[in-house]
Design a protein around this ligand. Structure first.
Ligand code: AMP
Ligand code: MG
Length: 345
């Protein structure tokens, strides 16, 4: 398979390119496309063979279910059944946007999408290229992040190409994505609405509509994946071992400097405020942005991890963020990338 990369300006979408990509989807092939969260690797959610190509291309275990994307509320019935009123209220407020709802699955959605579960995860992305593709194909599109399994999620078309060259038919290159971390996954099939994964929509925003919603916060080892789909600990990881430091800034920075000295070539995911600390020390740095700007940190997070990997560091050190707003999703990605190695100071 040869991968074709097609540039698309999200502000002036060329419909002939979109039609070409939509036809690939209808032919059962794979198309990577930008969403507002990260790049997705899409296939027709009604076609079992097409969906199995996603798992093969990513090396993703079949026990890890995919998110189905739609462009209009009219399509929701094709994806899910027994849709509660709350789903429509949430959709009205937060769609299109980075909120995924887990609902009972309509049988038209191929079981492979949901790893055999009777539920399905569904969302309406807001990126104009994603919406144009969905509208043109006019079928629900299953799409996980367009990276190799357990690698950092892609926030540019270049990242997709790095991981999936010749494993995907078309990459629609709509430039760098906006949010940079994946959607918030909310389970509406449990007794109490439960956040299964922190993401681009904050807990605080969700609580305005569902004050009683809770957050499940478990990190599982790979062998336990079946118990809780797709919530494995090792995820979003750079190649180098990562260590996450938590605690008061001064003592954290001191231990990071000490730790860096113990390695041949250390890399640091660095906040603007901390850059001076590592200057001239021989460590490789990649900037996350200002510590106080969580949106900027989210945007930069995965590409900064990839950047340090390309600098061939043997360890990556990072200081934790405050765990509120987007910080919850960022913290979650950091813990997973560090495979749970959190050093408290
Ligand atoms: P990704 O598409 O790579 O962003 O990952 C999608 C994630 O959504 C999975 O790893 C699960 O955590 C979650 N998910 C998808 N479908 C379901 C489902 N039916 N039930 C629970 N969680 C789901
Ligand atoms: Mg993913």
């Amino acid at each position: 398979m040869h991968t074709q990369v097609i540039q698309i300006d999200p502000d002036h979408i060329d419909l002939s390119s979109i039609r070409l990509a939509a036809q690939k989807i209808l032919d059962g092939r794979l198309v990577a496309f930008p969403t507002e969260t990260v790049y997705g690797l899409g296939a027709n959610a009604l076609n079992g063979d097409a969906v199995s190509r996603i798992f093969a291309a990513k090396g993703r275990p079949p026990s890890d279910p995919l998110i189905v994307h739609i462009y209009s509320l009219d399509q929701l019935n094709q994806v899910a059944i027994q849709i509660p009123d709350l789903a429509y209220r949430l959709a009205e407020k937060f769609w299109s946007g980075p909120l995924t709802l887990v609902l009972p699955r309509n049988e038209s959605i191929t079981p492979a999408v949901s790893a055999g579960l009777h539920t399905v995860a569904v969302r309406m992305p807001s990126h104009p290229v994603a919406l144009a593709l969905l509208r043109s194909a006019n079928v629900p599109i299953a799409a996980p992040s367009a990276n190799l399994f357990s690698r950092p999620s892609p926030t540019t078309a270049q990242h997709v190409l790095e991981d999936l060259k010749d494993r995907v038919d078309i990459i629609l290159d709509g430039g760098r994505v906006d949010i940079g971390v994946e959607s918030t996954v909310l389970d509406l099939t449990s007794d109490v609405p439960t956040i299964l994964r922190a993401g681009g929509l904050t807990l605080e925003a969700l609580r305005q509509v569902i004050p009683n919603c809770v957050m499940r916060n478990v990190y599982l080892g790979e062998d336990e994946s079946a118990a809780s789909p797709g919530m494995m600990m090792k995820h979003y990881s750079p190649r180098a071992k990562m260590l996450l430091f938590d605690g008061e800034r001064e003592s954290v920075l001191r231990s990071m400097v000490d730790e860096a000295r113990r390695h041949h070539r250390a890399g640091v995911l660095v906040f603007d405020e901390d850059e001076g600390v590592f200057e001239g020390s021989g460590v490789a740095t990649s900037r996350l942005g200002s510590e106080s700007d969580l949106a900027q940190i989210a945007t930069n997070l995965f590409s900064a991890m990839r950047d340090l990997d390309q600098k061939n560091v043997d360890v990556i050190l990072v200081r934790g963020v405050k765990r509120e707003g987007l910080g919850l999703a960022i913290w979650d990605r950091l813990v997973r990338a560090a495979e749970g190695r959190v050093i408290s100071k």
